[in-house]
Design a protein around this ligand. Structure first.
Ligand SMILES: *Cc1c(COP(=O)(O)O)cnc(C)c1O
Length: 238
């Protein structure tokens, strides 16, 4: 079979000069993901593009739903609760991913609302989510967030704490779907993606939620199963 592949992964289109509507950008981003997947000999079906719609109103989101996009990411439970129920009813099959830091007292709301929670990063949250899943009889996929750059201000469990947290999450019957990370801003992301991929292999975790607007193609070549793309789709947030 002839193989038509780029020798290098192209950089995402510069965002500042991009005034195309989100539905057009979506086509472009999907194409770039397909190319990166081909380069890495990966199947497109193993990749989920999460459109990060935080801060953007329903009017901006709807054209993407109409274009067939079904996975969306939100940072705040309250904002998602306000925006999504109506959109969801209008577009069946929509899946909501919670990607912002989560307080334990919001666990029940999160479980009721989200199809996947990417920010499980401490034992108290594991306990709260397990209890909420029992109460709600609903089991969103859980990603364990790892503080991959060992940054003081960032969420995510320390790398050294990952084995114990995974054990706790599995013991609590959380559906552990993968690991998630946010690499340090301003640094080359690839080494951090590679490290998260290694941790996932070492611990028998299948999913990898990594890669954002500036580096989603790199993430795909390094094994991401879920990329979280916001501003490259919607433009800059206010
Ligand atoms: C906002 C956000 C994104 C999307 O970031 P962009 O750079 O706009 O693509 C991805 N992941 C998390 C956790 C975020 O908070």
């Amino acid at each position: 079979m002839p193989f038509d592949e780029p020798s290098l992964v192209p950089r995402p289109t510069p965002r500042v000069s991009d005034d195309r509507p989100p539905a057009e950008r979506l086509i472009d981003i999907r194409t770039r993901i397909d190319k990166a997947a081909t380069l890495a000999r990966r199947k497109r079906g193993d990749l989920t593009l999460i459109a990060v719609s935080k801060t953007h109103p329903a009017t901006a989101i709807e054209p993407l739903l109409a274009a067939g996009q079904r996975d969306f990411g939100e940072n705040r439970v309250q904002e998602a609760e306000a925006k999504w129920p109506a959109l969801r009813d209008a577009y069946p099959g929509t899946r909501l991913h919670l990607i912002g830091q989560l307080q334990s007292n919001k666990a029940r709301d999160a479980v009721r609302l989200a199809d996947a929670i990417h920010v499980v990063d401490r034992p108290s949250l594991v306990t709260a989510l397990a209890r909420a899943m029992e109460q709600e009889d609903r089991q969103p996929d859980c990603f364990i967030q790892v503080n991959i750059g060992d940054e003081l201000q960032k969420g995510g469990c320390a790398i050294a704490e990952l084995p114990a947290l995974l054990t706790e999450a599995r013991a609590a019957d959380l559906p552990v779907a993968g690991l998630m990370c946010l690499p340090p801003a301003g640094l080359e992301a690839a080494p951090y993606f590679a490290l998260l991929a290694k941790l996932a292999r070492d611990h028998g975790v299948a999913g990898l939620s990594m890669g954002m607007s500036d580096d989603y193609e790199t993430a795909v070549t390094l094994g991401a199963t879920h990329v979280r793309v916001g501003s490259a789709l919607f433009g800059h947030r206010a």
